[in-house]
Design a protein around this ligand. Structure first.
Ligand code: HEC
Length: 107
């Protein structure tokens, strides 16, 4: 029996633990999977508004979640500027909700 652990598995474990402590890798991975990050960033405006700006706009608005889930799935326009947000009908409602809760930061 050997008590040693290989360096690669040690590094993988460290990354896993760091991610778990950080608390949002799964949701961020979802945003990357659906290419949200090609138009959105956490803190700056890209094609779409920053997630920080979206969070600030809808803070404390309990109706925002359902409305934003609909925007993620069906698209939206005219709220932030002239560029529309394309719909994503391929995203299941549960995942759209996870993304919106992550953006609004109240999961
Ligand atoms: C092609 C670029 C693009 C992509 C890809 C994109 N967005 Fe957007 N998004 C926008 C734009 C532009 C707006 C602002 C629309 C407006 O003014 O109504 C927006 C707005 C939003 C809003 C705020 C809607 C509102 O009514 O206030 C949310 C939430 C959002 N996006 C989430 C997402 C998520 C989640 C994804 C990935 C599934 C995503 N976006 C992918 C461009 C994009």
């Amino acid at each position: 029996m050997s008590p040693t652990i290989s360096l690669p598995s040690f590094l993988a474990l460290t990354v896993l633990l760091a991610n778990a402590a950080h608390g949002e890798p799964a949701d961020q991975a979802l945003a990357q999977k659906y290419a949200c990050m090609s138009c959105h960033a956490q803190a700056q405006k890209l094609v779409g508004p920053s997630f920080d700006a979206i969070k600030a706009k809808y803070a404390g608005n309990p109706k925002a979640v359902d409305a934003l889930v609909a925007v993620v799935q069906k698209g939206g326009s005219g709220v932030w500027g002239p560029v529309p947000m394309p719909g994503n009908p391929q995203i299941p409602e549960s995942e759209a909700r996870t993304l919106v809760m992550w953006i609004l930061g109240n999961k």
